[in-house]
Ligand binder design. Sequence first.
Ligand code: G3I
Length: 360
Amino acid sequence: MKVSRVAAAGLLAAASLYSVLPAAGSPAPAAGSSSPDRPLRELAGRQLLIGTAVDHAAYTSDATYRARVGTEFNSITAENVMKWEVVEPERGQLDFSAADELMTAARRNGQQVRGHTLVWHNQLPAWLTQGVESGDIDATELRGILRRHIIDEVGHFRGRIHQWDVANEVIDDNGQLRDTIWLRELGPGYIADAFRWAHQADPRAKLFLNDYNVEGISAKSDAYLALARDLLRQRVPVHGFGAQGHYGVQYGFHSASEVAANFARFEKLGLETAVTEADVRMIMPTDNVKLQAQAQGYSVLLQGCLLARRCNSFTVWGFTDKYSWVPGWFEGEGAANLLDENFAAKPAYRELQAVLALAR
Ligand code: G3I
């Protein structure tokens, strides 16, 4: 399988087939048909987990969205409801209700789940950040709180999470450990501790480092390679490296072979790799040139993953422009997803179908 997958991806690097597929905007593909116009999860088959971030509010309120999550993807990631501010809004009050709804849906849809995320500097509960700021919570207590959080959350989902993003965005764009509440209060050892506690709570889950701007070879991905080497030397249970894949059409993209070469460095250490949060935003309004370029952005990430030997999971950070974090974060930008706000296929969706169809 690997050989054909790699060869296929190599072929794809040379030509794009998506032009033979139905035009963008045509209705959702019929499951089980022989045409390449089939749901991504069907085209991916067993060779690759093809996933999406799921917006819990949209999932519970939008039937079209809910149906498409089930038919299109064989893996899901909770976009927000497994984050600390949601699962422990008040100290000691755990609330996994929203996350549990997504877990139940995943089981119903025969999907794997990527856990996101255990240690991050964003979306922390106010009681924690204010407690540290005021000095009420000192470093020793904070370390205990972090340990408790990881044991509680990983333990709650024990045996049901495929990959956990244990440490998210812990290195800045200069390749230095990111200056966060965790580094300031606990020192660099918090990263190793987090992996050990997660492994203790669920020895079967694959534990990942995850970040953005690490899709290609750069000072930042070099720093992650050094961090991974150092953690493995300390026998810390790190199993994978995730590149988020948040691209912008206006910034251009790496080549598929550069993404694969970068992943190969981590795989040489014995790690798995994954694309964990792919999206390709653009400066609005959209036009055909930007939409074609967007298709290439998604394509190089998927081809890079297929070219790599141990990249077994490709997740998009949302799949329809109807629900996207981009406009709220990047003023004047948007349309970052595979389907438009009416769930109609964009060139990017057709491109991923073509890449997966050829790689089968
Ligand atoms: O839940 C509250 C709601 O009660 C309130 O009414 C509303 C209005 O302020 O805010 C809601 O919280 C928002 C939350 O998403 C849930 O929708 C936050 O304001 C908003 O900041 C948060 O944005 C999320 C962002 O992470 C926060 O950093 C995005 O949806 C989510 O897509 C984004 O995801 C991150 C990954 O976790 C890590 N990598 C980058 C990626 C994009 O930033």
